[in-house]
Design a protein around this ligand. Structure first.
Ligand code: G1P
Length: 297
């Protein structure tokens, strides 16, 4: 029987040094695409996939994240007094049931696998999702929900995947494919950040995972992997060797790497254009600025 997934881990302990100086005083997950912080997109996607418990793996300096999901009585009172119901509705997206959200700290930056392992006591013997908020995915059906549907057919472990060009493989976990079934592939291996000429394929893992408790157990080993860090990829690779039950899922949607400046800007433009209240003015501005640049060249 395939067990439902109700808990998700959000690793948010990273320092976000690529966005300094902004991240000197704000967590990168609070940086906004249009008017919503990155973490909001991740939470909304998890909710749509049926997640009910949200576990944040944080670090020092991330208290703005906790405040974000707390009640804001002063703002709410003010909006109610002014009868701004539309804004009160906007704020509702940040509501969390008491106890639905939990925070554990990763005291030392020892890699993604280690961050996930820090949440082990909150999971028990249950399958769980991992969502990396840096990977923002625009999709008609939210990515994790698509994966959940696929998972209910296959069981086991499901990781989001997409093809990348060979010059990019060294930035990702990469799948070695045993069987390609179209949307799903069965993996026979998974390598973290391989060199271009050592990559088993160009099928990269994107930051959405549905994992069995055995993967958490594998992380207990604290095996040091790529970059001298404890890698989630290695714990999943072990599950491949032991059970063969790891699938890559080619999601339908556009992924933005919001851990990089270029990706963040691309996402900002795409999400701005997708907004009914902004698209007309914004697309006109973009057309004009592109035309001006071309004329100047
Ligand atoms: C992490 C994972 C990697 C995965 C990537 C997706 O790497 O370790 O396997 O492909 O996320 O974004 P990071 O980007 O944190 O270095």
């Amino acid at each position: 029987m395939v067990r439902d997934v109700k808990k998700a881990i959000f690793p948010v302990a990273g320092l976000g040094t690529r966005f300094l100086p902004a991240t000197k005083s704000i967590p990168k997950e609070i940086m906004t695409l249009v008017d919503r912080p990155l973490i909001q997109y991740a939470i909304d996607e998890a909710r749509a996939a049926g997640i009910e418990e949200f576990i944040f793996v944080t670090s020092r300096g991330k208290s703005a994240l906790e405040d974000y999901f707390d009640a804001a009585p002063v703002i709410e009172q003010e909006l109610r007094a002014k009868n701004k119901t539309d804004l009160l509705d906007v704020l509702k997206a940040t509501d969390m049931d008491s106890g639905a959200i939990a925070y554990v700290r990763q005291q030392k930056a020892m890699g993604l696998g280690h961050a996930v392992w820090c949440a082990r006591r909150l999971l028990g013997d249950e399958p769980f999702a991992v969502v990396l908020p840096d990977d923002v995915i625009a999709a008609e059906t939210p990515c994790l929900q698509q994966m959940m549907e696929a998972y209910h057919n296959t069981g086991g472990n499901v990781v989001a995947t997409m093809e990348v060009t060979m010059d990019k493989v060294s930035s990702y976990g990469v799948l070695d494919v045993a069987e390609d079934m179209g949307a799903m592939v069965r993996a026979k291996g998974m390598v973290e950040k391989p060199k271009r000429d050592e990559a088993p394929s160009n099928l990269a893992v994107i930051g959405r995972y549905i994992l069995q408790p055995k993967v958490m157990e594998n992380l207990n080993e604290k095996k040091i992997g790529s970059g001298g860090e404890i890698q989630l990829t290695d714990a999943i690779a072990r599950e491949i060797t032991e059970t063969g039950n790891v699938f890559g899922f080619r999601f339908r949607g556009q992924r933005y790497d919001c851990g990089s400046k270029a990706g963040f800007l691309q996402a900002t433009v795409a999400f701005g254009l997708a907004r009914d209240d902004l698209s007309a003015e914004f697309s006109q501005f973009l057309a004009e600025i592109v035309a001006m640049r071309q004329a100047a060249e």
